[in-house]
Design a protein around this ligand. Structure first.
Ligand code: GLN
Length: 484
């Protein structure tokens, strides 16, 4: 078996058994990156020297008998995560020279367990997008079909797993950015509950929605990654001080008697037929495994996209005010301070980011604040309440991740509204602050992956992982590999 085809648990067994060293595994991954990167474009920065140095350190750790599940495993993280001493652009020209002085807490936790960083992954600029087309560093391509988008904004994180350029990756999810690319690239992606994982050192997009999470080949890997990154961090005031369960330990308890809700608003007429068929088959599989289905309703679903685009843009307009060319990032040649601000931001930000800053500034402006921002906050509460009431009757919900499989590069780039609407099934979860996972559930007639979404109660990651594991054991979708 090729090293680059392995899961975390497979490579861990090989490392622990000394069949392979971390240096060999890392070198194999670097070679794999070199051979497929010209076609896929998952990375913004590859860090071979740092990776090999970290792998040498991991090998010493293993030689001392300290082999954690993640020790010596080559990974990569979205370029939104600060990485000490390594260029961090967030997909933007405005950060094309930014070398952070410290690392994101989530990446640091993986590193403390001996994980090896291969490099930084491509993404939509400031995580704003669903296709990776807004990156200032080129569009990542879907490894299953290079004419298609990998999804976004963590498109590089999903494509790198699907193209076997990294064993696992980290992404962020504000409105679907882990789950939608995972679905489009045929990998597992989990957005934890708001507060479950520290966002310290993660570049902020919309702070009341952003969460960090893993993208992996299978559910067991996802559980291991989440276990490592979850937990309270005094440096992130929104992180919650509640114990981290041993997610891996409970994977195998099955789904007998599990109550799965099917929200009627998510099974709409316009749903792509291949997606609908995959959902029907998944429901059948769960029935066979002993789960019970309950029809439920999330009545405010129709307002979710509009609500999200008011709240997310409002928060983004405030968060992105810090990019002014003064202390870090791109600084334009200019006449005086105001001119410097204007030119640095005009040159540094791309069209989508500018559009969102303008939308957000408008929603927050005096005279419109109550009509737009405050109203959106009220609707957000209604959406949250929808989830609270529905979860009184069910343990998890099953829905599609996206209404269609990955669309073609260029197909929606000139129609932002169409692009925004493609996030209809993922956005409500962020507004409600709860957790959800995408897992491989089939393929379209043209061979593109289709993902299934399991939505859990707040801090119910254990249940969705267990349900995901049961599905994975009963199907073989996750074992298929893009022929790249
Ligand atoms: N596609 C959504 C947006 O553009 C979600 C992005 C995300 O989750 N970061 O905002």
């Amino acid at each position: 078996m090729n090293i680059f085809d392995m899961t975390i648990h497979e490579l861990h067994t090989a490392l622990k058994g000394k069949q392979v060293s971390s240096v060999e595994a890392t070198a194999a991954m670097l070679q794999r990156i070199e051979s497929v990167e010209p076609q896929v474009g998952s990375f913004i920065t590859v860090t071979p020297e740092n990776a090999l140095a970290a792998a040498r350190a991991a090998d010493q750790q293993i030689a001392r008998g300290e082999c954690h599940l993640l020790t010596g495993i080559p990974m990569a993280v979205k370029d939104i995560f600060l990485t000490e001493g390594v260029l961090t652009t967030c997909g933007s020209r405005i950060l094309n020279n930014f070398i952070p002085p410290y690392s994101a807490a989530s990446w640091e936790k993986l590193q403390d367990r001996g994980a090896v960083l291969l490099g930084k992954l491509n993404q939509d600029e400031f995580a704003m997008g669903s296709s990776n087309e807004s990156s200032a560093y080129g569009t990542t391509r879907n490894p299953w079909n290079l004419a298609h988008i990998p999804g976004g904004s963590s498109g590089g994180s999903a494509a790198a797993v699907a193209a076997r350029q990294a064993i696992a990756t980290l992404g962020t999810d504000t409105g679907g950015s882990i789950r939608q690319p995972a679905s489009h690239c045929g990998c597992v992606g989990l957005k934890p509950t708001y507060g479950r994982v520290s966002r310290y050192g993660v570049i902020a997009y919309a702070s009341s929605l952003d969460q960090v999470g893993p993208l992996t080949r299978d559910v067991s890997d996802c559980a291991v990654m989440l276990e490592a990154i979850a937990g309270h961090d005094p440096k992130d005031s929104t992180s919650v001080d509640t114990p981290v369960p041993n997610y891996s330990a409970n994977l195998k308890s099955g789904v007998k008697g599990l109550k799965i809700g099917l929200p009627k608003e998510y099974f709409i007429d316009g749903l792509d037929t291949d997606v609908q068929m995959a959902m029907d088959a998944a429901i059948e599989t769960y029935r066979r495994l002993g789960a019970e289905f309950v029809d439920i309703s999330l009545p405010h679903t129709d307002y979710a996209v509009a609500t999200y685009y008011l709240i997310a843009t409002a928060e983004a307009s405030s968060n992105l005010a810090r990019y002014d060319g003064v202390r870090f990032g791109h600084r334009a040649e200019a006449d005086g301070l105001l001119d410097m601000y204007t030119k640095s931001r005009s040159e540094g930000f791309g069209v989508e980011v500018k559009r969102r800053i303008m939308l957000g500034t408008y929603a927050l402006s005096s005279g419109y604040y109550d009509a737009y921002y405050v109203k959106a906050q009220k609707v957000r509460t209604l959406i949250m309440n929808d989830f609270i009431s529905a979860f009184a009757d069910v343990d998890v919900m099953l829905t599609p991740v996206a209404p269609t499989p990955a669309f073609k590069i260029g197909e929606k780039i000139n129609d932002p509204l169409q692009m925004y609407l493609s996030d209809i099934f993922t956005i409500p979860v962020n507004l409600a602050g709860t957790c959800a996972m995408s897992l491989p559930a089939g393929f379209s007639a043209s061979g593109l992956p289709i993902g299934l979404q399991l939505i859990g109660k707040p801090f119910g990651e254990e249940t969705i992982l267990r349900a995901g594991y049961a599905f994975e054991q009963a199907t073989e979708w996750h074992t298929r590999k893009a022929t790249i």
